[in-house]
Structures are given as structure tokens and as C-alpha cells.
Design a protein around this ligand. Structure first.
Ligand code: GLN
Length: 452
């Protein structure tokens, strides 16, 4: 991406959309391409003129179908822009399309798409997953030859995971740093909008634009974006990165980058036992609890696909709509989340998980007294093939998030960056910094990028 500050011509936009169409045929990155909208969009002159932005389909773009990858929201045309989209447009960026995701963000492989949607394919090997849930965003970021950045979203790792599998950079800011207004919620206490790009330098200009307080988001932060960073980094390598179950070749790639980083920075091992042991369970209890309440409004009355009402009573009508439209994973999560919140189980699951979350935050906060940045692999394996994913149980699916849920539960800024390959498939490194330390995170990414 070379910032041009030049307003793109009709022809240039047409060429970009044509390229997207070609990628889409093979890789299914987009749910909707903004063919007319991209041309109609008022072209403000700003710091992002000439930059093309793809947007995860759970972020509202005015008059562009926004479904969160789900069948039940098919046909929904938002009457407003999410705050992030409004800010990007005001700076001259061109929105080119909505990207494929697991329905409502429920997944790690982008295979849980809604009925009627296509599963995106990895740019390095179409037999493999892009990762999820922001898979379409990661794929088009890898494939685009024009100046492009993608707006994605993470609840428990949905930016880092596909970034790792597709070999690009995916940054998730501090919780509250970027407004969630206009984001279709998965789990409100965890959702964060972030950025995917090919180069580290492409992130900063976008982050500057989308960050900032927004009165429309009750959890939006007032603190200004801080891009300062120490020259010499105190790096903590998370000891559990070398546990069994993490691909030895990924561990090798990590060791080799650490050897190089050691020449300039200090590196020691740190253990995060609580996060590693309880992170996945804690995350899936909290995420599904919140998700099950968020999805309650999708019943075919005010929101969601309508069916002929036939005077059957609202209970049977809602049941029919929801049975027909939700996919298997959405139903699973509604059931788990309803169970963990219900009277009699609430204290044992939901409330306990909120307490464990506090302990996890404390574990990280203690670590950041000694370290500027914590490092581990992003995913325990390279992008699996679709046939291997089919063989995974739901529990194995959830466990693949073991390295990304911790920073998401704690609301910490984190990013995945490519550090090598195995069998031609990218390997990602995960860097985590303390709250509000986006500057240190970007500095870490720059240092790692310079070593490649
Ligand atoms: N894989 C995780 C989940 O399925 C994370 C998804 C996300 O961050 N949206 O919940």
C-alpha cells in the first residue's frame, strides 16, 4: 500500500473491483462487492485517499448488505455507517466490499458460514482454511495487488488466527480503543475492531483514523492513542509456547527469530499458567453467554429473515425462524450460552468465569511490570486442510484458540506477524503488550519485520 493522497478515478476503482472479482471466484473472500457503492461514495480528500478498504461483514456499511456472514441477516441494509467506516470515508478511503466470516464470528476456520455463503480458501493452498473468523479479510489482504487494508474484528482471536494462516499482519487494539458502534455484536465485553495489512507501516495511518472516543459506544476509551515505544524492548517469551501440542517446526521458527531479536533486546522466559490452563474454558463460557443474549433479538420480528406469520403464536413463529436460519455452530453456542447463564448454573459457570477472567488480567498485569511485550506462536499449527477440519470435534476446534484467547479476555493489544513457513504455509508470531501500548506493539512488529 503506497498512500497516494490522490482521489481514485472511476477507471481505477473499476480495475480494483475487477481484480477483487477474480480473487473472489477462486478464494471466496467477499460476501458482497460494493460495485455501485464504491463509485457512488463521496470522495473526500484526506490522508487515506487512494486506499481501498475491505470490511468484515459484521461491520455496518450504509446501504451495503451486512449479514455478519449469517443467513438470518440476509438482505439487511444498514441505514448508517459504523463509526469506523464513517471515519475512514471522511479521510478519503474507498470501501470495496464486505468480507466472508464465520456467521457472527463463531469459529476459527471460517467454515461455519451461514447457509448460502461460500467458505473462503487460503491464498497459499485452496485445500486449506484461511482461518477465522475474519478469513475473507485475511485472504484478500494477502491477494490484493492494489493499495489495500482490511477492517476486521476479534472476540477471541479472529484477527490473529487468519492473519497467521494467510501470512499477513493482523493487529487487534486495546479493548475500547476503537469504537464498536455499528459492529454486530458477538460478545460485547470482548469485541474489538482491528486492522489487517501486508506491511507494518500500513497499520499506523489507519489506526490513527479509527481510534478515539465515541459517545455512541459506552466502553469507548478517552485516552488518546499513544504511539511512543522504548528503543530496547524487554521481551518475555511465554514458556507454554514450547508445550507439547504446538508444532515443533513453529517452535523452531520462533526460536530462530528470538535469537536474532536477542542481539538488540533482552529476552527471558515467563510462565502464564492461569491463562494457559483456564483461558479457553473461561473464554468459551463468557463468549457464548454474551452471544446467546445478543442473538435473542434475531427472531424474524424486528430483526432477521421473516417467514409468513400464519397466526401460529409468537413462540412457534420465533422457533421456526431460528430453526431454519441459524447454522449448527450458532445453535450450539446459543445452547451452551443459555445453559451457562441459567438459574442454578449461573454461579458455577458464568459468574465463576468472570472471576477467572479477573485473575487472568492480573496475571498479565504482573507480567507487564517486568516486560514490554510477551511473545508466543499465534496458532499451534499451520492452516489445516478442510478434510482435517472435518475430522475435528467441537472441543478440538475450541482448543485451537489456546494461544489467542488470553490477550482477548484481558482486552490487551496484540498482533500476529509472519515469521516463516512450513510446507509452503505461513507461520505467525503473536506479540502482546500492556493496555494502551499500541506504540510498543507496532515497534515490536517493525523490529520483527526488519529481520525477515
Ligand atoms: N475462534 C473464536 C470463537 O469462535 C474467536 C472468534 C472471534 O474472535 N470472533 O469464538
Amino acid at each position: 500500500m503506497t498512500p497516494t493522497t490522490k482521489t481514485p478515478s472511476k477507471k481505477e476503482i473499476q480495475n480494483v473491483l475487477k481484480e477483487c472479482e477474480t480473487h473472489n471466484k477462486k478464494h471466496h473472500c467477499f460476501t458482497t462487492l460494493c460495485k455501485e457503492e464504491a463509485q457512488k461514495q463521496k470522495k473526500a480528500k484526506g490522508t487515506l485517499s487512494g486506499i481501498y478498504i475491505s470490511v468484515k461483514d459484521n461491520i455496518c456499511v450504509k446501504d451495503v448488505e451486512t449479514t455478519a456472514g449469517s443467513h438470518i441477516l440476509k438482505g439487511y441494509l444498514p441505514k448508517f455507517d459504523a463509526t469506523t467506516i464513517q471515519k475512514l470515508k471522511e479521510e478519503g478511503a474507498t470501501i470495496i466490499g464486505k468480507t466472508s466470516c464465520d456467521a457472527f464470528g463463531f469459529g476459527s476456520f471460517n467454515t461455519n458460514v451461514g447457509k448460502g455463503f461460500s467458505i473462503p480458501k487460503n491464498p497459499h493452498d485452496t485445500k486449506r482454511t484461511t482461518g477465522g473468523s475474519s478469513g475473507g479479510s485475511a485472504a484478500i489482504t494477502q491477494l490484493a495487488t492494489f493499495p489495500h487494508v482490511s477492517l476486521a474484528e476479534s472476540t477471541g482471536g479472529s484477527i490473529a488466527c487468519p492473519a497467521s494462516f494467510c501470512g499477513i499482519i493482523g493487529l487487534t487494539p486495546t479493548y475500547g480503543r476503537v469504537s464498536r458502534y455499528g459492529l454486530i455484536p458477538y460478545a460485547n465485553s470482548l469485541d474489538k475492531i482491528g486492522i489487517m495489512s501486508k506491511k507494518v507501516s500500513e497499520i499506523e495511518p489507519i489506526l490513527k483514523v479509527i481510534s478515539g472516543f465515541d459517545e455512541k459506544d459506552g466502553t469507548s476509551l478517552k485516552e488518546p492513542l499513544n504511539l511512543n515505544a522504548p528503543k530496547k524492548l524487554r521481551i518475555g517469551i511465554i514458556k507454554e509456547s514450547y508445550a507439547k501440542g504446538i508444532d515443533p517446526e513453529i517452535q523452531k521458527a520462533l526460536k530462530s527469530i528470538l535469537t536474532k531479536l536477542k542481539q538488540k533486546h533482552t529476552i527471558t522466559e515467563i510462565s502464564l499458567p492461569l491463562t494457559t490452563t483456564y483461558g479457553v474454558a473461561c473464554y468459551y463460557i463468557l463468549a457464548t453467554s454474551e452471544a446467546s443474549t445478543n442473538l435473542a433479538c434475531l427472531s424474524g420480528l424486528r430483526y432477521g429473515q421473516e417467514l409468513p406469520k400464519k397466526n401460529k403464536g409468537f413462540n412457534s413463529y420465533f422457533t421456526e425462524v431460528r430453526t431454519k436460519s441459524f447454522n449448527q455452530e450458532s445453535k450450539r453456542r446459543i445452547m451452551i450460552g443459555t445453559f451457562t447463564r441459567m438459574a442454578g448454573y449461573r454461579d458455577a459457570y458464568y459468574i465463576k468465569a468472570t472471576k477467572v477472567r479477573t485473575k487472568i488480567i492480573q496475571e498479565y498485569k504482573k507480567a507487564f511490570k517486568t516486560y514490554d511485550v510477551l511473545i508466543s506462536p499465534t496458532m499451534p499449527f499451520i492452516a489445516p486442510t478442510f478434510s482435517n477440519i472435518d475430522k475435528m470435534t467441537p472441543l478440538q476446534n475450541y482448543l485451537s484458540d489456546i494461544l489467542t484467547v488470553g490477550s482477548n479476555l484481558a482486552g490487551l493489544p496484540h498482533a500476529s506477524i509472519p515469521i516463516g513457513k512450513k510446507e509452503g504455509m505461513p507461520i505467525g508470531l503473536l506479540a502482546i503488550t500492556d493496555h494502551l501500548k499500541e506504540g510498543t506493539l507496532l515497534q515490536t512488529l517493525k523490529e520483527i519485520e526488519a529481520l525477515q
